[in-house]
Design a protein around this ligand. Structure first.
Ligand code: PSU
Ligand code: MN
Length: 308
């Protein structure tokens, strides 16, 4: 049983047993997505925002071979300080990391897997992986999309960065039956900017509407996840010309250096940060906060529905 490998923290366990709202949070963003100490500071602030909005945070990681739902401050600090020394863990990495008692920073994929095992339905993050530009020859498609197709967790993100081919990412999600919802928007947000030029499937405007759509999806037995895309607040959004220029340069450099496999996404993210200075980091932090608040409110609404 996979459950034999799972540790749910006392606070998360108490909330789940009492039918109270819980929000899952990932750890690749801590170890690989931001520099220390901003990564630890952000992770702790996100947990506080979730609490302030009425839910219990469950940051998810693999520590010494144990699947953890709910971390201590010391564990979050360890993941942030160790940074790239913590292996980025997607679905295919779980068996060996767990067998060898190693650590793992959970991507959207592994956070969904562990959240689902723990009984957590709502997950907040920054951005998801998707179909990369040039995937028609590289076949670089994030395992996040496959997980969304199969695992019943709602993922609330700020859309996807245009390091990806957003059009192909939407096609893939459509083929696999994953609903793509715009929160208060008809357009897919592109992480640092509120617009991408691509439409979403449906626009929903309240946490209650999100909760109801997810509840119905599960009750119908359709399985799989739901992707909620929440635009970055206007005041933190970036100039599209600046950010797209940096993305184009980063993608070109990755190609020249022959970066591939699991290194591609972290390389591109780090390069964009270098090219745009602190601005993109600040935007990144703010959009995660925005998603955490929405996730907490949605988890509250979902609990009310499940009780009623
Ligand atoms: N995209 C972002 N920020 C991130 C990631 C993606 O804008 O932090 C991380 C997430 O953890 C995501 C993972 O699940 O990268 C996807 O990696 P890959 O493309 O290798 O599947
Ligand atoms: Mn990949």
């Amino acid at each position: 049983m996979l459950n034999n490998y799972l540790d749910i923290s006392p606070e998360v366990r108490a909330a789940l047993d009492a039918g109270k709202p819980v929000v899952a949070l990932e750890s690749t963003i801590i170890s690989h997505g931001m520099p220390y100490p901003q990564n630890v500071e952000t992770a702790l602030n996100v947990e506080q925002l979730v609490r302030d909005s009425g839910a219990v945070p469950a940051t998810i990681a693999i520590i010494k071979g144990r699947l953890k739902a709910g971390l201590t401050r010391d564990e979050i600090d360890y993941l942030g300080k160790t940074g790239h020394g913590i292996p980025k863990a997607s679905r295919r990495d779980l068996p060996v990391l767990v067998a060898q008692g190693r650590d793992g920073a959970c991507t959207v994929t592994t956070t969904m897997i562990i959240a689902s095992l723990a009984g957590i339905s709502v997950f907040a993050t920054g951005g998801i992986g998707g179909v990369h530009r040039g995937a028609e020859t590289t076949m670089d498609i994030s395992a996040d999309l496959e997980e969304l197709a199969h695992t019943p967790v709602m993922v609330i993100c700020a859309g996807a960065k245009s390091i990806l081919d957003l059009g192909l990412t939407l096609e893939y999600l459509e083929t696999h039956g994953v609903p793509v919802i715009g929160y208060g928007t008809e357009e897919l947000p592109a992480f640092y900017t509120r617009k991408s030029g691509f439409g979403v499937d449906y626009r929903l405007d309240t946490p209650e509407e999100l909760a109801k759509a997810f509840h119905v999806q599960q009750q119908l037995g359709l399985g799989g996840g739901m992707l909620v895309t929440n635009p970055i607040p206007e005041e933190y959004s970036m100039d599209p010309a600046v950010i797209n220029g940096a993305i184009t340069r980063a993608v070109e450099e990755a190609k020249q250096l022959g970066i591939h496999g699991k290194e591609t996404t972290p390389f591109l993210l780090a390069k964009i940060k270098d090219l745009t200075g602190g601005d993109s980091l600040d935007s990144n932090i703010q959009l995660v906060y925005n998603n955490a608040r929405l996730a907490a409110k949605t988890a509250v609404a979902l609990c009310a529905l499940e009780k009623g």
